[in-house]
Write a protein of this length. Structure first.
Length: 192
């Protein structure tokens, strides 16, 4: 929720706080309606939504991998891990693979996500021990994350259809809840 402008802001000549607040309300309501519609589409048209999900997953994986690689190069040499760089490269390659083959994304995205989760989980587990050597206090959190990623990857490999449908429905439910929350906040935002 937006807070009231400070005394200095209130005295800013020519600035219309009511207009800003009104724009924020409108943006929240529009964003909420779009999230709600997307969620309903994912729930009631899951197979048509799979293709869109594949493209979004590919873009997300590509960006995540690129950010990991950039982060690796910006760190001090003594804080760099070859495993972190490798996981970034694997993520970029997985993202490119999904973006290049959108027709086969319905099944390919599940296999790519599964293998990515397994490989990334293994890399996280290995990296957690490097973090332990460096004296990181919560290295075990990275280890636990790696183990969970491997388990998720194998579940997805052995039940591909359910994995696709489950992911699409989960995204749909999240989008509906998010959309309702944004609409409620937008409607209840007070005009001052």
């Amino acid at each position: 929720m937006m807070s009231a402008p400070s005394d200095q802001q209130a005295q800013t000549p020519g600035f219309d706080w009511d207009r800003l607040r009104s724009g924020a309300r409108t943006a929240l309501i529009v964003q909420g309606v779009l999230s709600l519609l997307m969620g309903l589409a994912f729930l009631f048209m899951p197979f048509a939504s799979v293709w869109a999900f594949g493209i979004v997953f590919g873009a997300w994986t590509l960006v995540t991998g690129a950010a990991t690689i950039v982060s690796w190069f910006t760190r001090d040499k003594e804080h760099r891990s070859g495993w972190a760089l490798f996981s970034g490269i694997v993520s970029v390659l997985a993202g490119i693979a999904v973006m290049v083959m959108p027709q086969a994304a319905a099944i390919a995205v599940v296999y790519i996500m599964a293998f990515w989760a397994i490989l990334l989980g293994i890399l996280y587990a290995v990296n957690s021990f490097e973090l332990r050597k460096l004296g990181a206090r919560f290295w075990w959190g990275v280890l636990l994350s790696g183990i969970l990623a491997v388990v998720l990857g194998f579940i997805m490999l052995f039940n591909t259809g359910a994995a696709v449908l489950g992911l699409i429905w989960l995204i749909g439910i999240y989008a509906i809840v998010d959309g309702i929350a944004e609409i409620v906040i937008g409607v209840r935002m007070r005009r001052r």
